[in-house]
Design a protein around this ligand. Structure first.
Ligand SMILES: *Cc1c(COP(=O)(O)O)cnc(C)c1O
Length: 423
């Protein structure tokens, strides 16, 4: 459920007509609904309320990292899952305390470790032995102790897009679960580290609970095994990955509530604090991208809808073959004839295609359209390819909206280049 609905014939974000935002900031732009972001966060938070030792929902901020979004969620009690020093700095700047930040990722550098140990960290999710050795060195040199979990790779096929499956043997993430015993023994022997738990994350956009069940069952047995080997396992970080319905016509994927139940069934008896790292399910349906039709071009055997948004603004269709529902801002009249388009951007690549042969309400040049479910992995993956300025982000709350990232001017962009004196 989201808060982008037609009202009086016009698509709104909460109580604001999107056409009003378009007038104020120009197109294209991203708009986020505060109510939807909070609703999804609370669904997850409530779904883990059964956990007596406590729980923390750490928003995977790589899915949407504007500080306004982080502050909104952080103020509601969310933690953050960060994967770089930049994300760590952003979360802190947005007011999220270090003890609610977990650091994931396969390639943490010494500098990033120092940054997090200085600023405060809930835990590092360590992904390899070399990383563990470096973290031990860095923490020891600073005279501090780094709380860690080890990310295990449970060898479970998440049955999702190849590029976002992360828990199969052969993926670059974590250590094989079969070697966990050795790796935890090594962690226990190293100075500067304190083992507190286990971490797992098997992939993104999972629309079936079964792979989660398999992975969490393995983590459950591993918890018992590691405890019997003398390790104190008090926290389980179960990752993110729950998917969203990109096509309205699709069956609804499992809800956070069902997901929370599954966690309770598989690992609830272990008495561990539960942590999860959802990204997409919190931010995905909370954002849309609004674009204007520049031209309707009649091709030889097809009709092109050429938009002012392009693959640099929303790369998911080009990168993952992802589907986004695209709807006009003006509600089509009942019984209006739909039209079929190839929907493309102005970038000079054929890959700059959002949809092929898409049947949708007919729109004209100058008309505005919205890409639904664009809040996750949208703005954060945008670039200035073709020297197209990063598009603005707008946050809506009830009847008010604010620009939370302005559109840069051409000068802002080109003045970042420096021309050497010898040219
Ligand atoms: C990407 C990622 C997530 C979030 O995944 P979603 O599919 O957006 O929920 C969580 N944890 C880790 C370690 C990740 O890499």
């Amino acid at each position: 459920m989201d808060h982008f609905l037609y009202r009086d014939g016009a698509l709104h974000a909460e109580d604001v007509p999107l056409s009003e935002i378009a007038k104020a900031v120009g197109t294209p732009f991203y708009a986020y609904s505060s109510a939807t972001l909070l609703r999804h966060f609370h669904l997850f938070n409530d779904a883990l309320a059964w956990s007596k030792p406590g729980h923390l929902v750490c928003f995977a901020m790589k899915s949407a990292s504007n500080q306004a979004i982080l502050k909104l969620l952080g103020d509601a009690g969310a933690g953050m899952d960060v994967v770089s020093g930049g994300e760590y700095a952003r979360a802190r700047a947005a007011g999220v305390p270090g003890d609610r930040i977990v650091f994931s990722g396969v390639g943490k550098t010494r500098e990033e470790m120092q940054q997090a140990l200085t600023g405060g960290i809930r835990q590092f999710n360590v992904e390899s032995e070399p990383e563990m050795l470096v973290l031990s060195e860095v923490a020891s040199a600073m005279g501090v102790t780094a709380p860690i979990t080890v990310r295990v790779n449970p060898d479970v096929d998440a049955k999702t897009n190849e590029k976002i499956a992360t828990g199969r043997k052969g993926d670059k993430f974590g250590i094989p679960i079969s070697r966990a015993s050795e790796v935890y023994a090594m962690a226990a022997s190293l100075p500067g580290l304190k083992v507190i738990g286990i971490d797992v994350h098997i992939g993104s956009q999972l629309v079936d609970l079964e792979p989660f069940r398999l992975a969490y069952r393995k983590v459950g047995s591993l918890t018992e095994q590691l405890r019997s080997e003398g390790h104190e396992i008090t926290r389980l970080d179960l990752g993110g990955g729950l998917g969203i319905p990109y096509e309205r016509s699709n069956a609804a994927p499992p809800s956070p509530t069902e997901y929370g139940k599954l966690i309770e069934e598989e690992v609830g008896h272990l008495g561990c604090e539960i942590e999860i790292e959802p990204g997409r399910l919190i931010s995905g349906n909370s954002g849309i991208l609004v674009a204007q039709v520049i031209y309707v071009k009649e091709g030889e055997d097809r009709r092109f809808l050429i938009l002012d948004a392009a693959m640099n603004d929303l790369i998911r269709p080009a990168m993952y073959g992802a589907h986004h529902d695209i709807v006009p801002l003006i509600e089509p009249a009942p019984g209006a004839e739909p039209a079929t388009y190839d929907i493309v951007g102005p970038v000079c690549e054929s890959g700059d295609t959002f949809a092929k042969g898409r049947t949708m309400p007919s729109v004209e040049a100058g008309g505005l359209v919205a890409f639904r479910s664009a809040g996750a992995y949208g703005a954060v993956m945008s670039s200035e390819y073709n020297t197209r300025p990063l598009i603005p982000e707008v946050l809506v709350q009830r009847d008010q909206f604010a620009v939370i990232r302005p559109r840069p001017t051409f000068d802002d962009i080109i003045n970042r280049d420096t021309i050497p004196a010898w040219l």
